[in-house]
Design a protein around this ligand. Sequence first.
Ligand SMILES: Nc1ncnc2c1ncn2[C@@H]1O[C@H](COP(=O)(O)OP(=O)(O)OP(=O)(O)O)[C@@H](O)[C@H]1O
Length: 288
Amino acid sequence: MSAVASTMNNDAILKVEHLSMRFGGLMAINDLSFEVRRGEITALIGPNGAGKTTVFNCITGFYKPTMGMISMQQKGGKSFYLERMADFEVTRDAKVARTFQNIRLFSGLTLLENLLVAQHNALMKASGYTVLGLLGFKTYKDASKEAVEKARYWLEKASLIDRADDPAGDLPYGAQRRLEIARAMCTGPELLCLDEPAAGLNPRESQELNKLLRSIRADNGTSLLLIEHDMSVVMEISDHVVVLEYGQKISDGDPAHVKNDPRVIAAYLGVDDDEVETVRHEVEEGAN
Ligand SMILES: Nc1ncnc2c1ncn2[C@@H]1O[C@H](COP(=O)(O)OP(=O)(O)OP(=O)(O)O)[C@@H](O)[C@H]1O
């Protein structure tokens, strides 16, 4: 484990500093620095191939970065260098959970069972890692009761409680996405990383997702970092937006700032660097 002395602002839960990731001859992330502030929703956006998922994979221990530091500071003051940790340690010790672009539920298990499996670590600990523990320990009985209560709480919040005993595979797509988020929340994260949570959702499902994400921020105090292509979701729910292009940061600020940043507009329109000034004039004229 990589617990370290705290050096960060109280304000930042996650600090990415000079992060680089090379795949052979390709520099997928190049000297990237940004912060995720505690209690906020931060969106990481950028055109296809900009490096967003690679950043997530570095934060959550799936990739070891070529260079750079990723520090996470928990509420209690304990800090971790995530780039030194294995993926399961990032979830278990640093309390960073994630979802993936493609849904990864146990489709044959019920919704409730999916949320109980997510709490396997806590239950095993309470069993004392013995079968006798499973049969008799009070701590195990208490922990399993608590696990069911937590699962029910998250099913309620995700508006899925009515389907608790149905197989996860029977849910409509948007509901499966919310179940994944509920499952990640059952691990008790302080930072939740979501990879394209709104992908493939219809407008109603998208609204339900926004509601869930806002309530996670407001009621549970969890900080969120999300990759998202759907600009209506990004603009509606984010407090802070970081924009990547070719593995580098091209803009960083609140949604209104980023939306009007000519470099961002140019990146999304596929405009060359020497045409950014033209886009800047057009944006300024449009605003007047
Ligand atoms: N494991 C890998 N091996 C080699 N190249 C990779 C690997 N993972 C990502 N890349 C490359 O790194 C670059 C960034 O990819 P990444 O998936 O992080 O972008 P992205 O912004 O998430 O894209 P999208 O929006 O399409 O999901 C791409 O050129 C991609 O081909």
